[in-house]
Design a protein. Structure first.
Length: 696
């Protein structure tokens, strides 16, 4: 099976990743134009991380095509997949556009499996416009519109992609690659053509394999163990596998909300939601089929005959069959024993508090095996060097939210403890006995905890450690990249922030699109962007924009895009290619440079009014540094379409940017030289200290 291909209202943009990852949309130019005629071509605008199609309505040339489409239920006007495209000529009166949609083959190649109703279907040219209510809407393109204005193909995933004989079943991994072909014709003859693709997924089915494990494996095993112990069935919640499956499912449901918000509703929670969608799909199949294979001789009925046939022989499952590890999952299954109190009749005490320890051991072993599967899922999903770190941090915080809100359901054994003792088991931090109120801790519980972190801290720290290990493994293999020593540092943890800097919890919550309080998992309402007057006031503080006229600043305020950054969120990543220019309008950002040794070193900070990205604008080379927010920041993104003509007409602006770039480069080189000298001195001092010790 080949890897899955990378394929509402005006809301604030999140961190932009300015690297296109879909280069499939290459225009075909034929036939050759007659002498004196301009060539006619059509080009699909590829997906750009951090950008949404509807951004085009507010920020011309800063929108990009969707890379994914979601099947969510009945067709609604709120769920659309958009393909943006450009045509090289303004006069299209004699041209006609038709569209062909097909499902690609299992190996990713076009299989020409037609989608009903989409074989060279003639469609009108549409464009985005902003309605009086401030919401983008589609309207037919105006005659004689500029060739620079982007047109839109709008698809309803449920109606246009989901019809027919269940195209998104188990045998297709709940998803299909859709090939999109746009043709321009004149008098029935093809003039130009462009091809692209997007990933369509039935999101209603994701998570169903995990649920199947609880219903068909864990619940029956709970009843079997109770019967063997001579006890009534206490319920599936007491099984050692239950917490990790319940909390994992809750975590997946939380980040699926972000996927729906970003892909269907065009919000900006994740810069590249398609990558997380692909990783999640592969991970579910790898883990669940690994468990199924481990236990197929003991537990029947986990797969239907048709699913078994697809898994064992289907081309879509070829890579999954190679990568699953049934032997490891068999070892994890051996840790499923429930700690019963053998007293006969069912009472709340029929399960011992020691069962918490059984759950802890099973959860740790499950996560180790699950995250080995995660490595394979990342390999199959494809590399992500632009926003894997921010995505990893979001998934980690959703895991923390799931732990916090699912604890009572996942650990009913806590109901056997008094309230003070329950709080101690949940919230205790290692080394803090002196600050705790005196408690009488039963021997079973003290043996369980000792002076260890409580359940919340232990679960979150172990999960963070495991996610960081996967990220480090992936970076070594050039599958992921991140800035700093850890992909998920303590500073972005909700639990650590709640304990050490509670005033910053709201920043992390809002970064992920949630209300400020941790105990309320409600999405933030769409708040709308500042007015053009407010944006104009903010950008006027930037000295580099001083040469602009009032009219030019007004036009910039109308077309530029405000990007909101959360704690440690990156706006520019060293080594990536980008064309946008950024101006800080609020907050402070940190600049880091990665040295030849792979270490990321902070070389400075920039505040309101500073310009970012001028070196790449002037040189055309990849980004030379990483820029990220320290706590939170807002930057104004300016597209080449706007600043290009200004640079051409304002040589002094070009010179000013060149001077800024040169000065920054000198300061950066001096700081790196100072750091290198300090490191050499430290090594020399250390050598002088350690040599006498060795001699003695």
């Amino acid at each position: 099976m080949a890897p899955l291909p990378p394929p509402a209202g005006r809301t604030p943009a999140r961190g932009s990743r300015d690297v296109p990852i879909d280069h499939a949309a290459i225009p075909d130019l034929d036939p050759a134009p007659a002498d004196g005629e301009a060539p006619v071509w059509i080009r699909i605008v590829g997906f750009v991380p951090g950008q949404r199609p509807t951004d085009e309505a507010f920020h011309p040339s800063l929108g990009s095509s969707d890379q994914a489409a979601l099947i969510l239920g009945e067709p609604t006007p709120h769920n659309r997949a958009y393909v943006l495209y450009e045509i090289s000529v303004a006069d299209t009166a004699d041209l006609q556009l038709d569209v062909t949609l097909t499902f690609a083959g299992a190996d990713g190649s076009p299989a020409r499996e037609p989608i009903s109703g989409w074989d060279r279907r003639v469609v009108p040219a549409l464009v985005f416009e902003v309605g009086g209510d401030g919401v983008p809407r589609l309207t037919e393109a105006r005659p004689g519109m500029s060739a620079q204005e982007r047109r839109v193909l709008a698809l309803s995933p449920e109606r246009d992609l989901g019809a027919g004989d269940d195209p998104f079943g188990f045998d297709e991994l709940f998803s299909r690659q859709v090939s999109v072909e746009l043709r321009l014709t004149r008098g029935g003859e093809r003039v130009a053509m462009a091809r692209g693709s997007l990933l369509a997924c039935d999101l209603r089915r994701t998570g169903s394999l995990y649920e199947r494990l609880i219903e068909r494996l864990v619940a029956p095993d709970t009843a079997h163990q109770a019967d063997a112990a001579g006890l009534a069935d206490p319920g599936v919640r007491f099984h050692p596998w239950y917490p990790v499956l319940l909390i994992g499912g809750d975590k997946a449901a939380l980040y699926e909300r972000a996927l729906i918000g970003d892909i269907a509703h065009k919000r900006h929670n994740l810069s590249d939601p398609g990558w997380l969608l692909r990783v999640g799909l592969y991970l579910e199949f790898l883990t669940c089929l690994g468990i199924v294979e481990a236990l197929k001789d003991d537990v029947g009925g986990l797969l239907t005959p048709a699913e078994r046939e697809a898994f064992e022989h289907g081309e879509r499952f070829a890579e999954i069959r190679k990568r699953i590890d049934p032997a490891r999952w068999r070892e994890v299954w051996e840790l499923r024993e429930i700690a019963f109190v053998r007293r006969g009749a069912l009472r709340p005490a029929s399960v011992s508090p020691r069962n918490l320890l059984c759950k802890q051991r099973a959860t740790l072993a499950f996560l180790e095996a699950h995250h080995e599967d995660l490595k394979h899922a990342i390999e199959l999903a494809g590399s992500n060097h632009h926003d894997a770190q921010e995505t990893w941090q979001r998934v980690f915080r959703d895991a923390e939210r799931a732990v916090l809100r699912s604890t009572s359901a996942a650990f009913p054994e806590l109901g056997l403890l008094s309230e003070p003792l329950r709080e101690f088991v949940l919230w205790h931090r290692r080394g803090t006995f002196g600050g705790q109120r005196a408690l009488r801790v039963p021997g079973q519980v003290s043996g369980l905890l000792g002076d260890q972190d409580g359940l919340f801290a232990s679960a979150c720290s172990q999960y963070r450690r495991s996610m960081n290990a996967v990220a480090a493994w992936s970076r070594e293999r050039l599958l992921m990249d991140y800035t700093g020593d850890e992909c998920v540092p303590r500073e972005v943890s909700l639990l650590e922030t709640r304990l050490a800097r509670p005033e910053q919890v709201e920043l992390l919550q809002r970064r992920d699109g949630y209300q400020a309080r941790l105990d309320i998992i409600d999405a933030l309402p769409e708040t709308g962007l500042p007015s053009i007057d407010e944006v104009e006031r903010l950008i006027s503080a930037a000295p580099v924009l001083a040469p602009f006229t009032d009219q030019e600043r007004r036009e910039l305020a109308r077309t530029a895009r405000l990007v909101t950054l959360g704690p440690l969120e990156r706006i520019i990543v060293q080594g990536q290619v980008g064309t946008s220019l950024f101006v800080i309008v609020d907050g402070v950002v940190e600049v880091l440079v990665r040295g030849a040794d792979g270490e990321d070193r902070a070389v400075g900070e920039m505040e309101t009014g500073a310009v970012i990205g001028e070196m790449q604008l002037l040189s055309g080379k990849a980004r030379s540094a990483t820029v990220r927010a320290i706590t939170t920041a807002t930057v104004c993104e300016i597209a080449p379409r706007f600043y290009g003509p200004l640079l051409d007409s304002r040589p002094q602006l070009h010179d000013e940017l060149a001077a800024i770039a040169a000065q920054r480069l000198r300061e950066r080189e001096q700081m790196l030289a100072d750091m290198s000298l300090a490191a050499d001195r430290a090594r020399s001092v250390w050598a002088r200290w350690i040599r006498p010790a060795r001699e003695h």
